[in-house]
Design a protein around this ligand. Structure first.
Ligand code: SAM
Length: 302
C-alpha cells in the first residue's frame, strides 16, 4: 500500500489548518494522515483538519508534549509505538447502534437464517463475520437475531466472529454493557430475555447475557492486513467502515470478501457504501446494500 499524504506540501507546509491549544500545520496533518493511511487504510484530507485537531489535542496534553510537531516525531518513532496505537483509537469513528439499518437483520432473519439454522441442526458448520464490530452492538444484534430462531444455537457449530482494529473498543465489546438509551432499538422481549441490569463504575448498565456471548468470538483484526481464516463465511457484515477508505482500497476489500463467501453467501454493507470495481461482477445486489455472492472469485488469499 502506498503511504498517502493528505496534503500538498509544496503549498506552505507551515500554514496552520486548525488551532486552539496547539497549532496543527499542513505538515503535521500530512504526516498524521500518511501514518493512519498506512496503519488502517483510513483516508484523511484537509477537510478533516478540525476533526484531527479535536480528536488528538487532549491526547497530546495527556502525554505532556509541547504540540503536534513533537507528537508527530513521537508516533513516527519506535518508542512511540503505543502512542501510535492510541492515535488509531482516537482517529477511528466508533459510532454504532443495535439493529442499525434494521432491514439487514430482517433480511438475515427471513431470507438467510432459516437455511443456516437447518444446516447447523443437521450437524453443519455456520459462520458469520462482523468485520468492523465497534463496541459489539452489531455482532450482538446478529446473535440476538440468530437466537430468536434458534435459542440453543451455541450448542451447535454456529459461531459469529466479531473483529475490529481498535483494541479499546473491543474490550468494551467483550464486556457488552450498555446505557439504557443504547437499548432503545432492541425489542422489549429481547431486552428482558437477554440483558441483565448491572452497575459499572456506579452507573446503571444493561449487560448482554453469557448465553448470547457464547456465540461470539471477539478478535483484533485490521482489514488492511492478512486475514488468518481457514474456512469460508456464510454471511459477512462490513458496514460503515470502508467509507473511511479510498476507492482503490475499497475495491480490494470487496474482492477479498468475495473470496471468503461461498456461492449464495451474503454481504451487508453500510448505507452510503457500494460494492465497486471488479467485485461488482461477483455479486448480485439483491436489496438495499445487500449483496449475494454469485460465484467463487479471484482474491481467495488476497
Ligand atoms: C463507524 S464504526 C461501524 C460499526 C458497525 N459496523 C456499524 O455499522 O454500526 C467503524 C469501525 O471500523 C473500525 N475500523 C476502522 N478502520 C479499520 C480497519 N482498517 N480494520 C478494521 N476495523 C477498522 C473502527 O475502529 C470502528 O469501530
Amino acid at each position: 500500500m502506498i503511504a498517502l499524504g493528505a496534503t500538498d506540501l509544496r503549498q506552505s507546509p507551515d500554514e496552520v489548518l486548525a488551532s486552539g491549544e496547539y497549532p496543527l500545520t499542513r505538515r503535521d496533518l500530512s504526516e498524521i494522515a500518511a501514518m493512519i493511511y498506512s496503519d488502517a487504510g483510513i483516508f484523511l484530507n484537509e477537510t478533516k483538519a478540525s476533526l484531527v485537531y479535536s480528536r488528538l489535542s487532549k491526547h497530546i496534553r495527556s502525554l505532556g508534549l509541547s504540540g503536534f510537531r513533537e507528537y508527530c516525531a513521537l508516533v513516527a518513532s519506535p518508542a512511540g509505538a503505543q502512542a501510535r496505537r492510541e492515535m488509531l483509537s482516537h482517529l477511528t469513528t466508533n459510532f454504532t447502534r443495535f439493529f442499525r439499518e434494521n432491514h439487514h437483520f430482517e433480511h438475515l432473519r427471513n431470507e438467510v437464517l432459516p437455511k443456516l439454522v437447518e444446516r447447523a441442526r443437521s450437524g453443519g458448520r455456520v459462520r458469520i463475520w462482523s468485520a468492523a464490530c465497534s463496541d459489539g452492538q452489531e455482532p450482538y444484534s446478529i446473535a440476538l437475531t440468530v437466537l430468536s430462531l434458534m435459542p440453543n444455537a451455541a450448542d451447535y457449530d454456529f459461531r459469529i466472529l466479531a473483529t475490529d482494529i481498535d483494541p479499546k473498543i473491543l474490550s468494551l465489546a467483550r464486556v457488552g454493557a450498555y446505557d439504557e438509551t443504547a437499548l432503545e432499538t432492541v425489542a422489549p422481549a429481547m431486552r428482558k430475555q437477554w440483558f441483565q441490569e448491572v452497575e459499572v463504575q456506579g452507573r446503571r448498565k444493561f449487560q448482554v447475557d453469557d448465553r448470547v456471548k457464547r456465540l461470539i468470538t471477539f478478535n483484533e483484526l485490521n482489514l488492511m492486513a492478512q486475514w488468518p481464516f481457514k474456512g469460508d463465511f456464510d454471511v459477512i457484515f462490513c458496514r460503515n467502515v470502508v467509507i473511511y477508505f479510498d476507492e482503490p482500497t475499497q475495491m480490494k476489500i470487496w474482492s477479498r470478501f468475495a473470496g471468503l463467501l461461498p456461492e449464495g453467501g451474503f454481504l451487508y454493507i453500510g448505507h452510503s457504501e457500494r460494492v465497486s470495481g471488479e467485485a461488482k461482477n461477483l455479486f448480485d445486489n439483491t436489496g438495499i446494500t445487500t449483496y449475494r455472492h454469485i460465484g467463487k472469485s479471484m482474491g481467495r488469499k488476497a
